[in-house]
Structure formats: structure tokens, C-alpha cells
Design a protein around this ligand. Sequence first.
Ligand SMILES: Nc1ncnc2c1ncn2[C@@H]1O[C@H](COP(=O)(O)OP(=O)(O)OP(=O)(O)O)[C@@H](O)[C@H]1O
Ligand SMILES: [Mg+2]
Length: 577
Amino acid sequence: MKKNKDFIHFLLSLYKPVKLLTFVMIFSMIISQIFNLIKQYIIKGMIDLPSNPNFEVPNLYQVAITLILIIILELLFYYISNIVRTIHMVKKQTPYISQKLFSHLNKKSYSFFINNFSGKITSSINEVNKKIGELNTRMTTGFVSLLTSMISSLIILYTIDLKIFLTASILFIGIIITRVIYFSKAYLPLIQKSQEISREYDGVLNDAVLNFTTLKVYSAVESFSKTLKNKKEEVNDYRNKASTKEFTYGALANLAYIVTFVMLLLYSIHQYGNHLMTLGSLIFFINAMISLKTSTTSFSWAYIHIGEYLVVLKNCYDLLYDDINIEDGQKENIVVDHGNIEFQNVTFKYSKNNILENFDLTIKEKQKIGIIGVSGSGKTTLVNLLFKFYKPQKGKIFIDGKNIYDYNTLSIYEKLTYVPQETILLHTTIYENIKIAKPSASEEEIINAAKKAELHEFIEKLDDQYNTIVGERGIKLSGGQRQRIALARIFLRDAKIVVFDEATSSLDNNTEFKIQQNIHQYFQDQTIICIAHRLSTLKDMDDIIVIDNGNIIDSGKPEDIIPKYDKIDFERIENEN
Ligand SMILES: Nc1ncnc2c1ncn2[C@@H]1O[C@H](COP(=O)(O)OP(=O)(O)OP(=O)(O)O)[C@@H](O)[C@H]1O
Ligand SMILES: [Mg+2]
């Protein structure tokens, strides 16, 4: 229940910058429909005018002028409503929604991005924008306009004949109510299911396009295209089932309408024949019944579409807004003055097996610590925990004596920075890719950072230099060049703790040596954690720890540890233990 309330709150929040415009859009449509009602009255009056004993031709002209005025007003308000919706609302609302939803991703956990296809997330953000636009259209041109026109038609019937009014009201309100119930029970769940699969389809397609070369090299394109075909067929199956249900219902509703209409028509002709109804009223009855039929069908469709949009919006909401750690945003910002780190009795598992068990590690401020260990021993996991990407099942992690779980995550990222094991770049220029580490950085700062990462000379040789586009995920650069962009980012940050996870693994010895020198020169006052397989990388560290199976199995100065482990196969150690 609370979830539905939160969803409505979310929907309303999307209208924050366009409250007044929304009001103008709906209000103008209602006014336009009221003029439409008045217009119909005037036409009825005009038809009945000649049968009035006091009829004079100039009266007809007067009424005609009033009619033209009313039609102009009706169209004017209709126009205002449409202009507000299609131009002004779109102009203000869509950029607002894009920004709001994208910034919101900042609150999502690390596992959210790991567990969901990026295509699914992107399509959810796009869908919200698209569906809100469509919702606005259906709300005004469908819902509000048709509801007002239905009410007007019923008012007309009421003024013509009470019996006709009551019978028509029962028919049309009955059709709407049963359609709404039928729709919610039979139609909506099918649409919901098709939507879910459709978003999965987007995710798989996105993932496949992103990894197309891999699929091609392994001759897997055909089998993937079959998966996509099956998913699309599944989407269509649910849609078709939903449409069949809707058509069946539509046919039954039409039958009820035709029978009632013919009965009421016979009755009205009978009344007209007995001079109990004027010609204007008879024409009006027919006109109102036809218009009621059109509005009821369109109204039901508007309702169905609005329902569909709400389902899509709810699905997107669930994906984007579920599991957010609201508490986190309300926590205090951490202050890191020194850069001390302590893992205290930490036990952690991703799923079944413990990766770390009662793990203790203390790193003093300004200490430069190297971490080595076989692949899969838990080195990156340590970084994941320090960055709060995951929460340990047991134990605590402190930075400067403060339990990181008591503090706001974003504030921690301001004082911690890292070069991840795999560098993925944005599909933009080298310049912009470095700049993301510090959006306020000047050109000079960016060039300096590139120099420290031994990247400047290489960039200078490129045709477009710093404006070279790196390609999706940085595909146009070599692994080592990508790593150096990630390193340049680090040099821009004002962090107290810097973590390198295999940050120089793709570089040649000479470049790595120069960068290591820069790291030691520029990060003298920082705490450094450096994970590496190539032990020579760690020769200037203060200490090195050796991790195996999530435990520290050895530690010491580089001069002791490096010779000891340089030639030793970790797997052998594992077996010996
Ligand atoms: N997100 C995840 N979900 C489930 N298991 C994971 C996840 N990330 C890592 N693991 C598993 O946890 C173990 C430790 O992984 P981790 O990445 O910490 O190893 P590592 O020491 O950094 O290895 P490498 O030297 O290859 O980078 C591995 O067995 C890995 O398969
Ligand atoms: Mg790793």
C-alpha cells in the first residue's frame, strides 16, 4: 500500500516544474468542452426557431453570430490546451525528468548496476519520459475532454427526456464500469507481463550490440538473434492475448449499445410523432447518442491507455526506486583528515562461500601498502567493501576511526578514489574522460594530470589531440592508454586515500616505473593501497601483505616479500596450507 502511495508521490513529483501549465492544459480543455455543450444548445435552438410562432429571420442571424462566437471560443481554448501540452509542457518537463532520473541513479547501490542490464535501466528512464508525454496527451484529449463531452451529452439527454436520459446513463456508465473492471482483471496483467519481457528484450539487445564483435568472433550471432526473436514473440503473444480480450469485450459492448439505441430511437420517433418532442430535440437525441457512443469508446480506450502507461511507469519506478537506501542520504557526511583504515573482524560473502572470514587489517595514515595474492583471493573484494559497494555480513570498516556505514556514501567518495581493475571510458573525448574526475578542473589541471599519468606525449601526437573521441567503452585506445586515462583522473582528485587495483598492469615496465615515481611523488601525504600481480610494481611500498582465500597469510617489507613470492606459485602455497 505504502508502495502505491510512494508511486503516486513519484508521479506527482514529475510535474513539479509544470504545475501551472498542467492546470492551464486541463482547465482550457474543460472550458473548450463547455463551449461545445453551449454550441449544441444553440444549434438545437436554431432548428426549433422556425416552428416558433414569433419567429423572425433577423433572430436567426443573431443566433448564428452567437454560434460563430461560441465556436471560436471553443476552438481557442482547445488550441490553448494543445499548445500548452505539445510545446510548453514538453519543453519544461522532459529535460526535468531526464535530469531527475539520471541524478537519482546516484542513490542506487553498486549491485543494482551489476545485477541489471544497462539497456534495461536506459530503457526505463526513456520510457518514463515517453509515457509521461503520452499520459499528458491522453489525460487531456482523451480523459478530460471525453469525460466532459460525455457529461454534456447526458445533460442534453436529460433536458430532452428523463426516460432517455436514465436508459442512456445506465447503458454508458455500465459499459464504462464493466470495461474498467474487465480491463483491470483480464487485460492489464497481460500488458504488465509483456512490458516486463519487453524491457528484458531491450537489455539483451543492448548487451548483444555492445559485445557484438565477441559474438561474431565466436559465431554466436545466429543463436543470439534466435534468443531475441523468441523474446519478441513472447512480448507479442501477451500483447495479442490482451488485444483479443479487448476486442471480445468491445464487440459485446457494441451489441448492447445498438440494441439500446434502436429501442430509444423508436421511442423518440414515437414521442416526436405525438408532438411530445420537437424536431430539434429528436435530432439532438440522435446526435447525443452517436457522440456518447464515440466518447464512451474513446474514453474507455483513453482509460486503457492511461492504465497501460501507469503500468509501465510503475514498472520503471519499481526498478529505479526500489532498494534505494534512503537512510544513506540522510546520514552525516564523513570528514577524513588523516586516511587511517581499519577492517575489523570482517566476514563477507557474495552468495554462498565466504570470501573474507574474520578479516583484520589496519592501514595507517600516509602508509603505502601493497596487496598481492592469487586471482580470486579477494583483493578487489576488499576495495568493494571499502567503497561500500557491498556490506559485510559481519564486522566493521573504519576510516579515521569512523564506521563507514554510519556515514553518507557520496561524502566517502569525495575522500576516497581508485583506479579500478578494468577501466571503462565514456564515449567522448580524452579531455572529457579525464575531466569527469573533477568537473571544475581547468585545462591546465587536466594537462598536468595527463603528464603525471605519462599520457600527454601520446595525446599530443594524435590528430585531434585532447579532443580525440575514445569510442564506446574506450575501444579506440589500447589497454595501457585506457589505464593511463584512469590514472590521470586520480591525479585530479583531492583524496586522502588512493586505491590502485592492478592500475598499471597493462603498461610496459618503463612507463609503469615513471608513473609509480609520480604516484610516490604526488601522493606523499595520501594513504595508498596498491593491488598488483607484478611484484616489481610494489617495490617502493612501505609494506606488502599477501592474501590467500580471504586471509592475510604473510606480510612484511618489500625487500623481504618480493624475493620470497616473486618466483613462488601461489597455488602451491595454497596446497601447502
Ligand atoms: N559481484 C560478485 N558476485 C559474486 N561473486 C563475486 C563477485 N565479484 C567477485 N566474486 C567472486 O569473489 C571471489 C574474489 O574475487 P575478487 O575479485 O575479490 O578477486 P581478486 O583477488 O581481485 O582476483 P583478481 O586477481 O583476478 O582480480 C572470486 O571467486 C570471484 O569469483
Ligand atoms: Mg581483482
